[in-house]
Design a protein around this ligand. Sequence first.
Ligand SMILES: [Fe+2]
Ligand SMILES: [Fe+2]
Length: 166
Amino acid sequence: MDMDASLDPIAALRSEHEAVRAVLSNLEGYLNKINFVSSGGLRNNLINQLNEITSFMDKDLETHFKKEEEALFPVLGNYIGIETGPIHVMLIEHKHSRELSAEFKAKINNYPAAGDFKSIIEIGGSFGRLLSEHIEKEESILFNMADTQLSKEEKQGIMEKMRSVK
Ligand SMILES: [Fe+2]
Ligand SMILES: [Fe+2]
Protein backbone atom coordinates (compact mmCIF):
# COMPACT_ATOMS: atom_id res chain seq x y z
CA MET A 1 0.00 0.00 0.00
CA ASP A 2 1.30 3.49 -0.87
CA MET A 3 2.08 5.85 1.97
CA ASP A 4 0.47 9.26 1.54
CA ALA A 5 2.50 12.40 0.84
CA SER A 6 2.42 13.58 4.45
CA LEU A 7 4.26 10.40 5.51
CA ASP A 8 6.24 9.42 2.43
CA PRO A 9 9.20 11.71 1.68
CA ILE A 10 9.41 10.61 -1.96
CA ALA A 11 5.73 11.39 -2.53
CA ALA A 12 6.26 14.77 -0.82
CA LEU A 13 9.22 15.59 -3.10
CA ARG A 14 7.25 14.51 -6.17
CA SER A 15 4.44 16.83 -5.19
CA GLU A 16 6.91 19.72 -4.76
CA HIS A 17 8.03 19.01 -8.33
CA GLU A 18 4.47 19.74 -9.45
CA ALA A 19 4.80 23.24 -7.98
CA VAL A 20 8.15 23.63 -9.75
CA ARG A 21 6.56 22.62 -13.07
CA ALA A 22 3.81 25.21 -12.64
CA VAL A 23 6.38 27.96 -11.99
CA LEU A 24 8.50 26.86 -14.96
CA SER A 25 5.46 27.03 -17.18
CA ASN A 26 4.80 30.64 -16.03
CA LEU A 27 8.45 31.47 -16.57
CA GLU A 28 8.35 30.17 -20.13
CA GLY A 29 5.20 32.20 -20.82
CA TYR A 30 6.73 35.44 -19.51
CA LEU A 31 9.98 34.92 -21.42
CA ASN A 32 8.11 34.36 -24.70
CA LYS A 33 6.04 37.50 -24.16
CA ILE A 34 9.06 39.65 -23.28
CA ASN A 35 10.52 38.81 -26.67
CA PHE A 36 7.41 39.76 -28.62
CA VAL A 37 5.81 42.75 -26.86
CA SER A 38 5.83 45.92 -28.92
CA SER A 39 6.35 48.55 -26.21
CA GLY A 40 9.04 49.12 -23.61
CA GLY A 41 6.39 49.77 -20.94
CA LEU A 42 4.78 46.36 -21.44
CA ARG A 43 8.21 44.77 -21.40
CA ASN A 44 9.03 46.48 -18.08
CA ASN A 45 5.82 45.11 -16.58
CA LEU A 46 6.68 41.58 -17.66
CA ILE A 47 10.20 41.84 -16.28
CA ASN A 48 8.74 43.00 -12.97
CA GLN A 49 6.59 39.86 -12.94
CA LEU A 50 9.75 37.77 -13.05
CA ASN A 51 10.50 38.93 -9.52
CA GLU A 52 7.88 36.61 -8.08
CA ILE A 53 9.59 33.75 -9.90
CA THR A 54 13.00 34.69 -8.51
CA SER A 55 11.51 34.75 -5.03
CA PHE A 56 10.22 31.19 -5.63
CA MET A 57 13.77 30.18 -6.65
CA ASP A 58 15.26 31.75 -3.52
CA LYS A 59 12.78 30.27 -1.06
CA ASP A 60 10.76 27.25 -2.19
CA LEU A 61 13.22 25.82 -4.71
CA GLU A 62 16.17 26.32 -2.38
CA THR A 63 14.30 24.53 0.44
CA HIS A 64 13.44 21.69 -1.96
CA PHE A 65 17.11 21.29 -2.94
CA LYS A 66 18.15 21.26 0.72
CA LYS A 67 15.59 18.58 1.56
CA GLU A 68 17.12 16.39 -1.13
CA GLU A 69 20.72 17.24 -0.22
CA GLU A 70 20.40 16.99 3.56
CA ALA A 71 17.69 14.36 4.02
CA LEU A 72 17.31 12.07 0.98
CA PHE A 73 20.73 11.92 -0.68
CA PRO A 74 22.78 10.92 2.41
CA VAL A 75 20.50 7.93 3.11
CA LEU A 76 20.04 6.84 -0.51
CA GLY A 77 23.79 7.39 -0.91
CA ASN A 78 24.40 4.46 1.45
CA TYR A 79 23.03 2.24 -1.31
CA ILE A 80 24.15 3.87 -4.55
CA GLY A 81 27.04 6.15 -3.54
CA ILE A 82 27.37 9.93 -3.64
CA GLU A 83 30.75 10.59 -5.23
CA THR A 84 29.74 9.04 -8.55
CA GLY A 85 26.50 8.04 -10.23
CA PRO A 86 23.05 9.66 -10.21
CA ILE A 87 23.34 11.52 -6.87
CA HIS A 88 26.62 13.06 -7.98
CA VAL A 89 24.95 14.23 -11.21
CA MET A 90 21.98 15.67 -9.27
CA LEU A 91 24.34 17.63 -6.98
CA ILE A 92 26.14 19.11 -9.99
CA GLU A 93 22.78 20.12 -11.45
CA HIS A 94 21.71 21.79 -8.18
CA LYS A 95 24.93 23.80 -8.27
CA HIS A 96 24.37 24.74 -11.91
CA SER A 97 20.77 25.71 -11.17
CA ARG A 98 21.87 27.99 -8.29
CA GLU A 99 24.46 29.63 -10.55
CA LEU A 100 21.93 30.26 -13.32
CA SER A 101 19.43 31.55 -10.78
CA ALA A 102 21.97 34.07 -9.43
CA GLU A 103 22.88 35.15 -12.97
CA PHE A 104 19.20 35.51 -13.87
CA LYS A 105 18.58 37.78 -10.86
CA ALA A 106 21.63 39.87 -11.70
CA LYS A 107 20.38 40.39 -15.27
CA ILE A 108 16.93 41.38 -14.00
CA ASN A 109 18.43 43.86 -11.53
CA ASN A 110 20.60 45.32 -14.28
CA TYR A 111 17.73 45.69 -16.69
CA PRO A 112 16.67 49.25 -15.78
CA ALA A 113 20.21 50.48 -16.43
CA ALA A 114 21.27 48.21 -19.28
CA GLY A 115 17.97 47.46 -21.07
CA ASP A 116 19.33 44.03 -21.97
CA PHE A 117 16.23 41.83 -22.14
CA LYS A 118 17.82 39.37 -24.59
CA SER A 119 20.11 37.96 -21.93
CA ILE A 120 17.22 37.73 -19.44
CA ILE A 121 15.42 35.56 -22.00
CA GLU A 122 18.54 33.51 -22.72
CA ILE A 123 19.50 32.80 -19.11
CA GLY A 124 15.89 32.31 -17.99
CA GLY A 125 15.49 29.79 -20.81
CA SER A 126 18.67 27.91 -19.83
CA PHE A 127 17.52 27.81 -16.21
CA GLY A 128 14.07 26.50 -17.19
CA ARG A 129 15.47 23.76 -19.42
CA LEU A 130 18.02 22.64 -16.86
CA LEU A 131 15.51 22.47 -14.02
CA SER A 132 12.86 20.77 -16.09
CA GLU A 133 15.28 18.04 -17.21
CA HIS A 134 16.59 17.77 -13.65
CA ILE A 135 13.23 16.99 -12.07
CA GLU A 136 12.42 14.55 -14.88
CA LYS A 137 15.66 12.66 -14.13
CA GLU A 138 14.98 12.61 -10.40
CA GLU A 139 11.51 11.22 -10.92
CA SER A 140 12.41 8.63 -13.53
CA ILE A 141 15.66 7.41 -11.93
CA LEU A 142 16.46 8.51 -8.40
CA PHE A 143 13.01 8.55 -6.81
CA ASN A 144 12.24 5.11 -8.23
CA MET A 145 15.45 3.78 -6.69
CA ALA A 146 14.48 5.38 -3.38
CA ASP A 147 10.98 3.89 -3.56
CA THR A 148 12.33 0.37 -4.00
CA GLN A 149 15.55 0.46 -1.92
CA LEU A 150 14.64 2.37 1.23
CA SER A 151 12.95 0.74 4.19
CA LYS A 152 9.88 2.15 5.87
CA GLU A 153 12.05 3.24 8.82
CA GLU A 154 14.54 4.98 6.56
CA LYS A 155 11.69 6.82 4.83
CA GLN A 156 10.32 7.94 8.19
CA GLY A 157 13.76 9.21 9.19
CA ILE A 158 14.08 11.12 5.90
CA MET A 159 10.62 12.64 6.40
CA GLU A 160 11.53 13.86 9.88
CA LYS A 161 14.78 15.34 8.62
CA MET A 162 12.93 17.05 5.75
CA ARG A 163 10.51 18.67 8.18
CA SER A 164 13.44 20.29 9.98
CA VAL A 165 14.86 21.81 6.77
CA LYS A 166 14.08 25.49 6.52
FE1 LIG B 1 17.07 17.95 -7.17
FE1 LIG C 1 13.87 17.62 -6.86
